[in-house]
Design a protein around this ligand. Structure first.
Ligand SMILES: Nc1ncnc2c1ncn2[C@@H]1O[C@H](COP(=O)(O)OP(=O)(O)OP(=O)(O)O)[C@@H](O)[C@H]1O
Ligand SMILES: [Mg+2]
Length: 144
């Protein structure tokens, strides 16, 4: 099963709408609540980052019996120093973004904590592409 959602830059009124839709899909498919929670936490962070920090993009979700694969891609401006961006508490969020309750610099670290695998491809002046996967197989749900 595959689904795709576009994510517009700056539109905080829609923050979480793709994550919520994917949450409903996973619940309907009978995915364990603990796994659904990790997917949604990680995806929400990626979704808000596209809204807050990028020119806009899309989220693609592929669900198989074995795993959930998420692709979050935007059209720029890219992340100049990914190691720095992965540091807890590091943020370039504007005052406007902080006033909405974001900008703690915890999104990327939270994705890393919650996803079974996280791959980020980015460069300054280019797009950012985040791939996360979550195992649905018994005993491989990353909890133990
Ligand atoms: N899609 C993106 N495009 C460009 N820059 C990004 C993107 N995602 C993250 N960044 C950069 O990485 C920094 C850290 O991201 P992270 O999600 O960890 O924190 P944050 O978004 O600033 O705050 P929080 O997620 O806690 O609300 C951001 O402040 C921004 O500079
Ligand atoms: Mg963030």
């Amino acid at each position: 099963m595959q689904a795709r959602f576009s994510v517009d830059s700056g539109d905080f009124t829609k923050a979480g709408s793709a994550s919520s839709a994917i949450k409903r899909m996973l619940k309907q498919l009978g995915v364990k609540p603990a796994v659904v929670k990790r997917v949604v936490v990680a995806l929400f962070e990626a979704e808000v980052n596209v809204i807050a920090h990028s020119y806009g993009g899309f989220i693609q979700c592929d669900i198989s019996p074995e795993k959930v694969n998420l692709l979050v891609q935007d059209t720029g401006p890219g992340i100049p120093d990914l190691d720095l961006a992965m540091t807890e508490g590091w943020s370039t969020a504007t005052d406007a973004v902080r006033e909405m309750g974001y900008g703690a610099g915890m999104g990327l670290p939270n994705m890393k904590k919650n996803a079974d695998s996280l791959q980020i491809s980015t460069a300054a002046g280019k797009h950012t592409e985040i791939r996360m996967s979550f195992s649905l197989k018994e005993g491989e749900d990353g909890v133990s």
